[in-house]
Design a protein around this ligand. Structure first.
Ligand code: SPD
Length: 362
């Protein structure tokens, strides 16, 4: 009896694992992807101290996640990478009872994301966008005339155009699974094809353009476009708009445009996920739920210029952003976009090998 009583006393004092979680959270997200005050607001609201690190490449994130013990509690892979990482057991299933703000999400977009994660069991859309062309309006017109094909991939994939833009600077994303399919699409091939011959044709085109490309990097182009240090960048929608914003603020006469080329472009979703080995899963859920708050999402979109998938946030998103077809493309443009392809190991190896060849120009 005495033993039973002491067990009951112990149970009464035992704290649940959730309550025992220390008040810290380690977040790993894309660079230039959150409003300046978001993390501070979350810390003030919850008392949870956030360590916030950034990356600019799915490949970098994937290497960390597959190695395990990353120490992160929330990471943001793009949907295609997320799918194969889920298969490798990298992510925990979300506890949706801890995500009441899920009600804010756009069901159609979440359904599209469910193609990569049935039932949206592991990931919630943070932001989405397209991979298109950012360009310096005046610098391009000076070299290719007022009729420069800024609405076409031929702006950079036609070697004659690329050669004329070489001196003002072309940058490519260091993202093989986006650049090679974009070149394949320009050649009239299916950008989602995994046929070795198709991938090689895309790579061949990129190799032809390689002499005119100043660098391959996936975040530097924001400031370089804004400062006029490069004049054409294959880039992610919101990042190009951030470059435009910075250029406008600098008032040095640099005018930046973003185009989703007529031939079509990649549409992607970046997903909020919780690594299976996260030690702060409650805090992670609290953070994801906080990011799904309508005002917080709108504030992030208003700052980073990326489209979100949060229906309830739309009344608070600036009109200029809502109306911009480069951010929220109209139906006819959406119809031309392709979704990220999930590559298996074999295709991955082909792409990695081709990419090394393209970058080294050999
Ligand atoms: N600066 C934020 C960039 C986010 C880009 N997400 C990657 C999309 C990959 N397809």
């Amino acid at each position: 009896m005495k033993k039973l009583v002491s067990l009951a006393v112990m149970a009464a004092f035992m704290v649940s694992p959730a309550a025992a979680e220390e008040k810290v959270l380690h977040v790993y997200n894309w660079s230039d992807y959150v409003a300046e005050d978001t993390i501070k607001k979350f810390e003030e609201k919850t008392g949870i101290k956030v360590t916030y690190d950034v990356y600019d490449s799915n490949e970098v994130l994937e290497a960390k996640m597959l190695a395990g013990s990353s120490g992160y509690d929330v990471v943001v892979p793009t949907s295609d990478f997320m799918q194969r990482q889920i298969a490798a057991g990298v992510y925990a299933k979300l506890d949706k009872s801890k995500l009441p703000n899920l009600k804010n999400m756009d069901p159609d977009l979440m359904k599209a994301a469910a193609n990569y994660d049935p039932g949206n069991e592991h990931g919630i859309i943070y932001m989405w966008g397209t991979t298109g062309i950012g360009y310096n309006v005046k610098a391009v017109a000076k070299r290719l005339g007022d009729k420069a094909p800024t609405d076409s991939w031929s702006l950079i994939f036609d070697p004659a155009n690329a050669a004329k833009l070489k001196d003002c600077g072309i940058s490519f994303l260091d993202a093989p699974t986006e650049m090679i399919p974009a070149a394949m699409n320009y050649l009239g091939l299916d950008p989602r094809s995994t046929k070795k011959a198709d991938l090689e044709k895309g790579a061949e085109l990129l190799t032809k353009i390689r002499p005119f490309v100043r660098y391959f990097h996936s975040s530097q182009y924001i400031s370089d476009l804004a400062n006029g240090d490069v004049c054409v960048s294959v880039g992610w929608s919101g990042d190009v708009f951030q470059a435009r914003d910075r250029a406008d603020e600098a008032k040095k006469g640099v005018e930046i445009g973003y185009s989703i080329p007529n031939e079509g472009a990649l549409q992607w979703f970046d997903m909020l996920t919780i690594p299976a080995d996260s030690r702060h899963k409650d805090n992670a859920h609290a953070f994801i739920n906080f990011l799904m708050d309508a005002h917080i999402t709108a504030n992030n979109t208003n700052y980073v210029w990326y489209a979100n998938a949060n229906k309830a946030s739309m009344p608070f998103v600036e009109q200029e952003i809502k109306d911009d077809p480069g951010i929220f493309p109209p139906k006819e443009v959406l119809a031309k976009l392709w979704g990220s392809k999930v590559y298996n190991k074999k295709t991955d190896r082909i792409i990695t090998r081709l990419w090394t060849k393209i970058k080294t120009g050999k």
